[in-house]
Design a protein around this ligand. Sequence first.
Ligand code: NAD
Length: 249
Amino acid sequence: MTRNSSAAKVAIITGGASGIGLASAQRLAAGGYHVLLWDKDGDKAIAAAKSLASAEGVAVDLGDTAAVKAAAAAALLTHGVIDAVVASGGISGNGRAFAEVDEAFFDAMMNVHVRGHFFLLQALLPGLKEGASIVLVSSIYARIGVKTMPHYAAAKGALLALTKALATELGPKGIRVNAVTPGLIRTPMTEASSRGSDAFFSDREAILPLRRLTTTDEVAASICFLLSDDANGLTGQAISPSSGEVMAD
Ligand SMILES: NC(=O)c1ccc[n+]([C@@H]2O[C@H](COP(=O)([O-])OP(=O)(O)OC[C@H]3O[C@@H](n4cnc5c(N)ncnc54)[C@H](O)[C@@H]3O)[C@@H](O)[C@H]2O)c1
């Protein structure tokens, strides 16, 4: 498969209509990428794409593997080569304790975060060439214990394991795979979880080494660093934009 458009590099961003995904799209578009914003909320993705220099919004539900594969096939047909993938699409764990997680919610968590991204990357393989770079958006809860949200932690932990497995398998082809594990970031997802309570955010700020939350743009900066040639020596790594909540050894 060869590159169809002569100029711009192409990035696919799941969850690209909002929060961390949108902030990453803004940085990549500003850096000259043609960005495909894939989101369950297609209208929001299309509207967001209009605000970027070179972008298209596409309605894709990560929970629907057939739709994910169809979207990947369409992207390959149009663009040939995919240079970057950011796997940011996701849903909140909603603070549910272990005993409160039913099978449907567990399955939704795994389908969106893990199954959707697993088969997306598999379907994109023919278009991922030497120099391609992938970043999976995991969470601090894959690295430290959390009192609620074991289903969310399990899904995000699976993404970290997938990062290392794919980094090992795809490394010899010159394809890098890394992850970010953000701490609490103020986005539409966490605004909804906070139910309007500022304490939801300020209580966390008080215990962070930097005494403030990391911003969406700062997470996007970490993602774009991992995608960039400046990170050419890094694969299978996870970095944690979390104002110091997680400190790797
Ligand atoms: N905000 C945080 O504190 C935080 C911390 C660590 C990790 N994360 C992760 O970062 C990622 C982005 O979250 P955010 O905080 O920017 O939230 P957000 O709600 O602003 O963005 C998530 C986007 O994913 C989309 N989405 C949801 N379900 C989808 C599906 N089935 N298919 C395709 N798209 C879907 C939503 O429509 C939304 O546009 C998520 O994977 C989240 O788990 C967030």
